[in-house]
Write a protein that binds this ligand. Structure first.
Ligand code: NCD
Length: 336
């Protein structure tokens, strides 16, 4: 059994099915706090340092909110240009200093493996919030939580899943991490729809194939979208040499209601790590999908709070004390 307390969460490769099941169970227990039905102050006095050296909205805010929802305090720094990394400080030195100020650190950085490097200098747990095109383990866990909860309506689980991953599979760290996690389940079929130049890295494909799963690699949507879940992604412009190069691939696989109705199953669940690029030349998920119950993208983002709360509780070793620190809610937000 994996011991989470004091551990860094850097890659999904650290996790087995048992560890994932534990994270997803604890995530589900966080629902009443996230919905403000109860408060939990188990992390009162603890400090999260949220270091985001690359653009982010959801990941950064949800890490911070998740920590706040457990009673902790959040310190934040945003952008390399505003940090001493721009003065030539090494990740190791920054880690030594910031870990002295904190109980746990969440970090996003544009370079692959940078968070791992940083963690070597940290005296407290470090959680990877995305390191370049490499990995995004907390997103993959919230994606898995979402797939599990959406599939429950159809009496299905994570085994025997038929999923389509679509878009920029080369640079998309979320699909790298998610594919690795899916390889741990049984009899998964993964259809990878992308421009040829943006195909999934071989190592990720082999991880699935070596575990006996069926992988289909294609550059066409038509005929390939009849599945349980479509996971759409954004062209990761920031990983290309230029905007012009990224433009070559934008808008190839725009999903809208008419394509959905023509090619998907009646209840195919639509996911996307967000942000969706809604500019007309990209329009990955058309806003005409917004009224479909199958569009799970905002439930998915909401699940990020639960999963990040669970990871904080586990890495700080308080997952069994939540109910002891439960409080009434004495304000009304009329959350719907
Ligand atoms: C993703 C990321 O940053 O990798 N966003 C997120 O964290 N939800 C996906 C993306 O930016 O396209």
């Amino acid at each position: 059994m994996m011991n989470f307390q004091g551990s860094h969460i850097l890659s999904v490769s650290q996790l087995d099915r048992e560890a994932i099941a534990r994270i997803l169970d604890i995530s589900a227990n966080m629902a009443p706090y996230a919905a403000r039905q109860k408060r939990c102050t188990v992390l009162e006095g603890a400090i999260l340092s949220n270091l985001f050296f690359e653009p982010s909205t959801r990941t950064r805010v949800s890490f911070g909110s998740a920590f706040n929802l457990l009673g902790g305090y959040v310190r934040e720094t945003v952008g390399q240009e505003n940090s001493s990394l721009s003065k030539g400080e090494s990740l190791f030195d920054t880690a030594q200093v910031i870990s002295g100020y904190s109980d746990v650190i969440a970090m996003r950085h544009p370079q692959m493996h940078s968070v791992e490097k940083f963690a070597k200098g940290s005296t407290v747990p470090v959680i990877n919030g995305g390191d370049g095109a490499n990995e995004h383990p907390t997103q993959a866990l919230l994606d898995l939580f979402t797939i599990q909860s959406e599939m429950m309506h159809f009496h299905k689980g994570l085994d025997n899943l038929d999923i389509v991953l679509m878009g920029d599979l080369k640079h998309g760290r979320t699909v790298h991490s998610l594919s690795k996690l899916l390889s741990l389940y049984n009899n998964v079929k993964v259809t990878m729809v992308s421009p040829t130049a943006l195909q999934m890295p071989d190592s990720v494909v082999s991880a699935l194939e070596d575990s006996g799963h069926q992988v289909i690699i294609t550059d066409t949507m038509a005929g390939n979208l009849s599945c349980d879940v479509i996971y759409q992604t954004r062209i990761q412009q920031e990983r290309f040499a230029s905007k012009d190069e990224a433009d070559l691939y934008r808008g190839h696989f725009s999903l809208n209601k008419s394509i959905y109705q023509q090619y998907c199953r009646e209840n195919t669940v639509i996911m996307h790590p967000l942000p969706r690029d809604s500019r007309p030349e990209a329009n990955e998920l058309d806003s005409d999908l917004n009224d479909l119950d199958s569009l799970a993208i905002f439930r998915q983002a909401q699940n990020g709070i639960l999963v990040r709360m669970a990871l904080f509780a586990l890495t700080l070793g308080v997952e069994d004390q939540l109910t002891q620190y439960e409080k009434e809610v004495n304000w009304h937000t009329n959350k719907r």
